[in-house]
Design a protein around this ligand. Structure first.
Ligand code: XMP
Length: 497
């Protein structure tokens, strides 16, 4: 470095601070009594929304629609629905997530029979609706009985043209709203029944609890639920899309993510403030990558999302010349957000579980991943085979294809009729990986092990206790498998990541 560079010169600009990313650092191992399996990875994604695992799936049209969001919430994380769909489609997707593991199915979604239907009609209706039983109600929605497949099949004691009122079980066990999952299960065991209609004081049907639904919830003990016991769901909204934001809020989204590649744009911040004032859901603002940007939003944001160009499909840095290496970006933002108790999300660039836990050490409360999940079964899009290997499509939201189907406002570009887009992302294919649950198992398992190496039992403790060491190029080579030919792919390591 040249000494005595005069102030205010261009040369002085080159006396730059260093910014680091994942491969530049490692966690310094420390004394520990923490077994990885005992590490508590619960966290907050925003001021009022808690997660059981610190992981989000990216708001991208090749990553998160309702199937991914349901899978993420069932495992304790959060899926953020992309916004390359119209508002009606988005609200339907949110409702699908919210309904997925509901303890009580709402009246409007309960399939019911009437006493005057024939047994054959009700059998066909249940087949068509994919249910194996239905409460029988009169015109006022009063519960008269319950009819199930076993009452009518194989038509031994009842004929196809008999009426439901003759075939149904009329000693029906009902419960009122507020029943706990345990109480519902006990009722089902005691009376050997598979569904309990939920009624009000006048015996009017208001919902239904099924054994299948209860077992599904039991399987996902670690699921992330809202205060009503429904799966949580995130949704991306453009900074200027107040209509989408209020619709998503009303449909039940728990967290709205202002989806912008450069949220330090002051127009974006003003618009985000307006959205925050118009909705009940938490509002996470992003993306930012510097302390100054964090200072602009920390007074109103319920969470701050960090990432300017680290993503696997991003070309922002090469196209615009702007960006911030991700570990430094997370640390700068966390310096501002943590004292104000505002959670930070590290978004993009995470290839391995080790990267994810390094992001937490740098100050993030949770991490968001795109490419890691794009190859899963739950991600939108079909499996394609190339040279005998299976892949799924994965594309940047700033790629030409994604901008054509959604628009360029994430990148603050006006859509001019017939004008060529200036993309900031590429379209790619990623290896098909199987289920989201198994990918998450590997990701979170690696993060827990990282906590074990540092001797921290919880995420807040890990953020406090972890320290970094700087890695040289030689250290980086040493850290990957070397001087061997890999014969079997590990489920959590691919040399091409
Ligand atoms: P990963 O590395 O997990 O990154 O695949 C996902 C994150 O990348 C961001 N993203 C983009 N960034 N151009 C960009 O510069 C794009 O086309 C693009 N698409 C997505 C986004 O923050 C996502 O969560």
């Amino acid at each position: 470095m040249v000494d005595n560079v005069p102030d205010g010169t261009f040369s002085q600009k080159l006396q730059v601070p260093e910014a680091l990313t994942f491969d530049d650092v490692l966690l310094r191992p420390k004394e520990s009594r923490v077994e990885p399996d005992d590490a508590d990875v619960s966290t907050r994604v925003s001021k009022h929304v808690e997660l059981n695992i610190p992981v989000l799936s990216a708001a991208m049209d090749t990553v998160t629609e309702s199937d991914t969001a349901i899978g993420m919430a069932r495992e304790g994380g959060l899926g953020v629905l992309h916004r390359n769909m119209d508002i009606e489609e988005m609200t339907a997707e949110i409702e699908r997530v919210k309904r997925a593991d509901e303890l009580v199915i709402d009246r409007e979604n309960v399939v019911t029979a009437t006493p005057d239907q024939t047994v054959a009609e009700v059998d066909e209706m249940m087949n068509h609706e994919g249910v194996s039983g239905a409460p029988v109600v009169d015109g006022d929605d009063t519960v008269l009985g319950i009819i199930s497949g076993t009452d009518i099949r194989p038509f031994l004691e009842v004929g196809e043209s008999d009426l439901v009122r003759e075939a149904m079980t009329d000693e029906v066990i009902t419960a009122e709203l507020g029943i706990s999952p345990r109480e519902a299960l006990e009722l089902m065991y005691e009376y050997k029944i598979e569904r309990v209609p939920i009624v009000d004081a006048d015996d009017t049907l208001v919902g239904l609890i099924t054994m299948q639904g209860l077992l599904q919830r039991r399987e996902n003990q670690a699921a992330a639920h809202d205060t009503e016991g429904r799966l949580i769901c995130g949704a991306a909204v453009g900074p200027f899309e107040t209509d989408r934001a209020t619709a998503a809020d009303e449909a039940g989204a728990d967290v709205l993510f202002i989806d912008c590649a450069h949220a330090h744009n002051l127009n974006v911040i003003e618009a985000a403030r307006e959205i925050k004032a118009a909705v009940d859901a938490d509002v996470v603002v992003g993306n930012v990558g510097t302390r100054e940007a964090a200072e602009e939003v920390v007074d109103f944001a319920d969470g701050i999302k960090v990432g300017i160009g680290p993503g696997s499909i991003c070309t922002t840095r090469v196209v615009t010349g702007a960006g911030m290496p991700q570990i430094s970006a997370v640390a700068e933002v966390a310096d501002v957000a943590a004292p104000e108790n505002v959670p930070v999300i590290a978004d993009g660039g995470i290839r391995y579980s080790g990267d994810a836990i390094k992001a937490i050490a740098a100050g993030a409360d949770a991490v968001m991943l795109g490419s890691y999940f794009a190859g899963t079964e739950e991600a939108p899009g079909r499996v394609i085979t190339m040279n005998g290997k299976k892949y799924k499509q994965y594309r940047g939201m700033g790629s030409v294809g994604a901008m054509k189907s959604g628009g360029g406002d994430r990148y603050l570009k006006e859509e001019e009729e017939g004008e060529e887009f200036v993309p900031e992302g590429v379209e790619a294919a990623t290896p098909y990986k199987g289920t989201l649950a198994s990918e998450l198992h590997q990701l979170v398992g690696g993060m827990r092990s990282g906590m074990g190496y540092v001797g921290a039992a919880t995420i807040p403790e890990f953020k406090e206790r972890s320290e970094f060491v700087r890695v040289s190029a030689a250290g980086q080579t040493e850290g990957h498998p070397h001087d061997v030919m890999i014969t079997d792919e590990a489920p959590n390591y691919s040399p091409d990541s």
